[in-house]
Design a protein around this ligand. Structure first.
Ligand code: RNT
Ligand code: ZN
Length: 417
């Protein structure tokens, strides 16, 4: 079937494929730099293990070891993904001049100048993240530590990151979401559950007392249920993060990572729940599998359901900030970036192709028709529309991009020993 034929099939069901493709092209989705180097960054010893309850597994050849390698790999990826990309950086990806180094509490906008140049040349916005993990000042707690010196260090890091986020937003002319996540927690039953949370709350208050324009810098608070090595208690739990964001709506927004909930909870359903109260929310789209919250995003039911809720709830109109967050070191990292990004684009495109009478069917109690309509949608010729979308975005379609990645692996990645 050709695209023109598929377009007619959708039109017969009351859907406009042209409008859907046009809409999706302008929706920013953040691409996380940390898939390219297994969340190592450039400011600490790469031989030290990751901390903070996160872990990459696998030893696929070709991990980017320098800013130049990471940027080259990103460029390779950018050639393969359709739609509007925004970069997403962690503070640990600061780029220093020869012989220079600054600790995380002393980071400055100038340490991200090379990233700004990178984004400007490619016409990308940029999101940002303070890095509260994989650092000697994790004791192992950070913002919730009982140790004043530790807490002060990490609060200063948070404030520095607000200044860097303002710089990124200003330079690139797009808002910058700045996500606060810490892995603070305990492996076993704590003796005090309240103290760390009160300290965490006060630390975030201090970070957010750093001046910023909320129209440009969007601090987010991300929750988590548990991490590796911190199985019994997480300071920044769901209730903690949501309550903080709700009581500070003029200063920050909640961030939901769909790998951070109990297995039968779904973020798709939480999106409209939060949008009933918050003008804006942020998402980390990922794929949880048993203990891991960070597998590559697939075109699976929950990703599609998340995309549906984003589209149906007006999320594309700036209310939902969409970012990817996963890291797999067991497969080609450029393919990992590409598959996940393309799958999220697929999910959004397919969500944009849904009949506009679903709400009416529900509101008029026509549940039989509602079920059948949603089921029959699943076998419409979506693949043709997707391939056409890729063509129009000037990127290879399915079946065409992987050989390029393999070529790059042979030419470039295998030489990184
Ligand atoms: C960890 C959180 C967090 C990180 C990134 C690297 O569980 O999801 O968002 O993955 O900041
Ligand atoms: Zn996350």
């Amino acid at each position: 079937m050709s695209y023109e034929e598929a377009k007619k099939v959708y039109a017969a069901h009351g859907m406009d494929t042209e409008a859907a493709m046009k809409r999706l092209k302008d929706v920013p989705v953040s691409l996380h730099c940390w898939q390219g180097d297994d969340v190592r960054g450039f400011d600490t010893d790469p031989s030290k293990p990751l901390t903070g309850g996160i872990q990459t597994t696998g030893n696929y050849p070709g991990r980017a070891r320098t800013p130049e390698e990471l940027m080259a790999d990103l460029d390779e990826t950018l050639r393969l993904i359709p739609g509007k990309v925004k970069m997403n950086l962690h503070a640990s990806y600061a780029i220093f001049e020869e012989g220079e180094w600054a600790d995380r509490d002393k980071l400055e906008p100038k340490h991200f100048k090379k990233w700004v140049d990178f984004c400007k040349e490619r016409n990308l916005g940029c999101d940002f993240n303070p890095t509260f993990f994989s650092h000697p000042m994790c004791d192992p707690l950070t913002l919730s530590s009982p140790n004043e010196k530790t807490r002060r260090f990490w609060i200063d890091h948070g404030k520095a990151c607000i200044r860097i986020s303002s710089y990124l937003a200003e330079e690139l002319g797009q808002p910058c979401t700045m996500n606060i996540w810490t892995g603070d927690g305990f492996k076993d039953v704590p003796g005090d559950r309240l103290g760390p949370r009160v300290r965490y709350k006060e630390a975030i208050d201090e970070i957010l007392s750093e001046p910023y324009d909320f129209a440009k810098v969007k601090p987010c608070i991300e929750s988590k249920v548990f991490g590796i090595g911190v199985e019994a208690y997480t300071v920044g739990s769901a209730e903690f993060a949501l309550s903080y964001a709700a009581l500070n709506r003029d200063k920050c927004i909640p961030l939901m990572d769909n790998g951070h909930y109990h297995p039968t909870e779904v973020v798709s359903d939480k999106i409209p729940a939060l949008l009933a109260f918050f003008p804006e929310i942020a998402l980390h789209v990922t794929r949880p599998i048993r203990w891991d919250s960070d597998h590559v995003v697939l075109f699976d039911d929950e990703t599609r359901e998340i995309a549906k809720e984003i589209v149906h709830c007006g999320g594309l109109e700036g209310r939902v900030h969409i970012a990817l967050d996963y890291f797999d070191a067991s497969i080609n990292r450029i393919a990992a970036w590409t598959v996940g990004f393309r799958n999220l684009q697929k999910a959004l495109l397919s969500a944009l192709l849904s009949p506009d009478n679903l709400k009416e069917l529900q509101d008029t109690d026509r549940f039989t028709e509602l079920m059948v309509a949603q089921e029959e949608l699943k076998t419409l010729p979506f693949g043709e529309v997707w391939q056409e979308y890729c063509r129009r975005c000037g990127v290879p379609g399915d079946g065409e991009w992987l050989p390029r990645v393999m070529e790059y692996e042979k030419k470039v990645l295998v030489n990184r020993k």
